[in-house]
Design a protein around this ligand. Structure first.
Ligand code: HSE
Length: 429
């Protein structure tokens, strides 16, 4: 057992950082035994030094993160600041100073993962980020290491807890979006500005990271098609129920049938109640991975929160410390396939379209013809009429997204179509 401690700089001490510090202190003996050397919190960089931080020696607190990284004795930096800057500059500074990095920063990894991986490799260091996707759920390492001998063809997951909480409330109580959001805010699940969650940005960043790992290629945030869930209505849930479905905000990553490209998307979708993801309630996350040899795997657990996210950070810290003692590094970026990311128009799936139409002879035929003209085959049609108007719900067979968009555009131009009430993809069948 080495007695000289491995020294850790904690960059950020908010909800996650304070839990990391607490676990490092309370589990110090176990961490030492598991690593084979003591691990010591050597400095904590914060923005507000006057804030009381229980359990943290005030002598460790500094506002100068750069000086902490440059002082010459730090082995590992844990970045739990979030956002692009100053996190990016600090991680780069860490690598330049021979320091491996644990990061929980999905936005930064989705935007600049390739450059950060390259910097880690140049300096012979580790960059680990289990906490960046789905909080406590072991997902990055199982995909990167346990499934390294397999071929992942599809990943479909609920990777945002806030939106899952809102959608679950809408499903179970019949509430509208705003009412469910208000409850999520009151309970602390949604932030005061919920945009990153409800508009799908948070899920899209996680999708980009997972797609890169799953398909051994580079997928940037801009490559991920994104639709939020603010337009999902109580009426959509009623329609979903009639079809034996519920609605989830899904991240879906697919390898094309010919294996020559991939797609990455985040949007609300109906899924059958029999699908394992349908039973993921409240703020939980779950990711369904389909691999050629392994078959279907499901990863499930808390996707956010201080302690769960700290669990993933600590796992990475232990892994990096073990690598350091072995004078090795863990797996770096694997992007050798260089598969292009196809646009959303190429995605093939099923659709549930709800139309308000005039209830008179020939309307159904006109609507059906419009679908046929765009090569979209109809699976089922349900019509309910009232006072000369009708609502028409069409569920299609699988069709390219571009064909569906063309169909909807043409439907909107028909005099007999008063409006397109909702369009939702149907997944997981
Ligand atoms: N806001 C995220 C969520 C957690 O609701 O899942 C951090 O990514």
């Amino acid at each position: 057992m080495r007695t000289r401690p491995l020294k850790v700089a904690l960059l950020g001490c908010g909800v996650v950082g304070s839990e990391v510090a607490r676990i490092m202190t309370t589990h110090a003996d176990d961490l030492t035994a598991r690593i084979g050397a003591p691990v010591e919190l050597a400095g904590v960089a914060v923005r507000r030094p006057s804030k009381v931080r229980e359990g943290i020696d005030p002598a460790l607190i500094t506002t100068d993160a750069t000086a902490l990284l440059k002082r010459g004795d730090i082995d590992v930096a844990i970045e739990v600041i979030g956002g692009i800057e100053p996190a990016r500059t600090l991680i780069t500074t860490a690598f330049e100073n021979g320091i491996s990095v644990v990061s929980a920063n999905k936005a930064l990894l989705a935007q600049d993962g390739a450059a950060l991986h390259a910097a880690a490799e140049t300096h012979g260091l580790d960059l680990y980020y289990e906490a960046a996707v789905a909080g406590a759920i072991p997902l990055v390492r199982p995909m990167r290491e346990s499934l390294a001998g397999d071929k992942i063809n599809r990943v479909m997951g609920i990777v945002n807890g806030t939106t899952n909480f809102i959608l679950d409330k809408m499903d179970s109580t019949g509430a509208g979006y705003q009412e469910a959001l208000d409850e999520a805010t009151a309970l602390g699940y949604a932030e005061a500005d919920p945009t990153a969650d409800v508009e799908g940005y948070d899920a899209a960043a996680k999708a980009a990271i997972l797609a890169g790992i799953a398909f051994h290629t580079r997928v940037r945030l801009d490559d991920v098609y994104r639709e939020g869930m603010t337009e999902v209505s109580a009426a959509d849930f009623a329609s979903a129920k009639r079809m034996g479905c519920t609605i989830k905000l899904l991240a879906i990553l697919e390898r094309a049938a010919d294996g020559e490209s991939v797609t990455a998307r985040v949007h609300p979708a109906m899924i059958p109640l029999t699908h394992p993801l349908a039973s993921v309630r409240e703020a939980y996350n779950a990711v369904f991975v389909e691999a050629e040899a392994a078959g279907r795997l499901m990863f499930y657990g808390p996707g956010a929160g201080g302690a769960p996210t700290a669990s993933a950070v600590l796992g990475d810290l232990v892994a990096i410390c073990r690598n350091k003692l072995a004078e090795a590094t863990g797996p770096g970026e694997s992007a050798y396939t260089q598969l292009p990311v196809s646009p959303m128009g190429d995605v093939v799936t099923r659709y549930h379209i709800s139309l308000d139409v005039a209830d008179k002879p020939g309307v159904l035929a006109q609507v059906a013809t419009t679908f046929a003209e765009h090569g979209v085959s109809i699976d089922t049609v349900r019509q309910q009429g009232k006072d000369g108007e009708a609502s028409l719900v069409v569920v299609t067979h699988r069709a390219p997204d571009a064909a569906l968009s063309g169909t909807v555009e043409a439907l909107r131009k028909l005099d007999t179509v008063r409006g397109v009430a909702s369009i939702m993809r149907v997944e997981g069948e």
